[in-house]
Ligand binder design. Structure first.
Ligand code: ATP
Ligand code: MG
Length: 427
């Protein structure tokens, strides 16, 4: 590569043709599963007002304080590349009256697209990444938690991803959350000198976040703190117990994990994360929870909600590890034209073949090249089936085919015969 070539920005990656097939597979399965659960798709813009995230995610969170791609645009407005999908879905759903508090109709939406966070790029962590998310509105009972967890499980199953563990926890309601934050604060505040500057700030602004800290000093300080579960009010505890019983009934396995607190302010009660061991330290593949107060806080009705977001790049890594995965590569069949006289006939044949066999990719080789080089190119793409069109073929409305069954020797067939042959072989 020459010295002065322009490269992509750190943390932003190109998705090359070899990887695209995994993304397509993901997109195909996720939209099918969404359809099965009657979830509607919502597409929101990639840029939103910064205020949307400051208000919803919380201005003491990592995303807002450190990771947001926010800037002032030409009108002087403070805008940003969206760091996550939930706030945008809530904004859009309120703006277009898509969510109601009548409890009559359950409203479920899915989204898929790029998100942007200015974090330290590493395996499984990029500055542009994709999330597939599902958000359900209108119900606050544990059945709605259960349904969302079933949707997540069905998606992972549909993608053939095994060996995932569902880590689950309950933050309780707003009062429980506040009480527990106070407990953490009281437990640690006399040891602030053992925290670094960033940890001390977290203790002051968002103490719950210390629970999912990976640093040994914080872990040690939190060693004897009562668990979140033990600190829940009876009401929150029995809600959580009921959900766990339902998961048991349905034989959905889970792990109660006191360290799952989720980084964003808007969560309450159920929070969860699916993790996969093969991914090293970036092992969370899907995460979410309830956010019963957010819609109201953002100016909508008091509509309870629950949702999750799946990290697509991490899912793609898992798909690549799965040898059994039959991601069908499109079959490409080359059409060689040796008739320079009636070039348009070749395009007519190609067009008919594409219409008849939608899934097969018929492509025309470069007819200005010699037959030998056209054949070379054709065999590189498909060494079992090649279509050739000669002057003779055009005269008697036939085609020449070379197939591996015929040791790639020339065989002249009529149009109908070709169709029958292809149907037998490819349908
Ligand atoms: P993490 O603890 O890994 O930073 P998070 O709590 O910030 O995750 P969420 O905001 O819950 O992540 O996003 C849901 C999912 O999106 C994560 O579980 C992960 O799979 C994926 N994800 C989050 N940030 C990134 C990133 N920078 N690059 C790639 N995937 C990401
Ligand atoms: Mg993060």
């Amino acid at each position: 590569m020459k010295k002065n070539t322009i490269k992509s920005i750190k943390g932003f990656k190109d998705i090359l043709p070899d990887e695209i097939k995994y993304y397509k597979y993901f997109e195909d399965i996720s939209s099918k599963v969404s359809e099965q659960f009657s979830i509607d798709e919502l597409r929101t813009p990639i840029i939103e007002k910064s205020e949307l995230f400051n208000r919803s995610i919380g201005d003491a969170t990592d995303i807002v304080t450190k990771e947001m791609y926010d800037f002032v645009d030409k009108n002087g407005d403070s805008i940003c590349l969206r760091p996550e999908g939930t706030a945008s879905v809530v904004r859009s759903a309120i703006e277009h009256s898509l969510i109601y508090d009548r409890g009559l109709k359950k409203q479920k939406y899915w989204y898929y697209g790029p998100m942007f966070r200015h974090e330290k790029p590493q395996k499984g962590r990029y500055r542009q990444f994709s999330q597939f998310g599902v958000e359900c509105y209108g119900f606050s009972d544990t059945n709605s938690d259960l349904e969302l967890l079933i949707i997540g499980n069905s998606l992972l199953k549909g993608l053939n991803i095994d060996n995932v563990t569902l880590h689950i926890n309950s933050l309780g309601d707003i009062d429980d959350k506040k009480d527990y934050e106070k407990k953490i604060f009281d437990h640690i505040s006399s040891h602030v000198s053992r925290l670094d500057k960033y940890q001390a700030e977290t203790l002051a602004k968002n103490p719950l976040r210390l629970l999912d800290s990976k640093s040994d000093n914080v872990k040690e300080l939190l060693l004897n703190i009562p668990t979140l579960y033990d600190s829940l009010s009876n009401k929150s505890k029995s809600r959580f117990d009921m959900l766990l019983r339902k998961l048991d009934d349905l034989e959905i396995s889970y792990l109660i994990d006191n360290s799952i607190v989720r980084g964003l302010d808007y969560y309450n009660d159920t929070v969860f994360e699916w993790r996969h061991q093969s991914l090293g330290s970036q092992n969370a593949i899907c995460a979410g929870g309830r956010y019963d107060l957010l819609v109201n806080m953002m100016g909508g009705d008091a509509v309870p909600a629950i949702g999750f977001a799946m990290g697509v790049e991490r899912i793609i890594e898992l798909l690549k590890l799965n040898d059994d995965l039959k991601i069908q590569k499109n079959i490409s069949i080359p059409i060689i034209n040796t008739s320079l006289e009636k070039e348009t006939y070749v395009h007519l044949i190609s067009k008919n073949l594409r219409t008849t066999f939608g899934k097969i990719n018929f492509f025309n080789t470069d007819s200005s090249a010699s037959l030998t080089s056209q054949l070379k190119h054709a065999m590189k793409v498909n060494d079992t089936f090649v279509i050739i069109i000669t002057d003779e073929n055009i005269k008697n409305k036939s085609l020449t085919i070379k197939t591996s069954e015929n040791q790639m020797s020339d065989m002249v067939v009529k149009w109908d015969e070709l169709i029958t042959y292809m149907r037998k072989k490819y349908e």
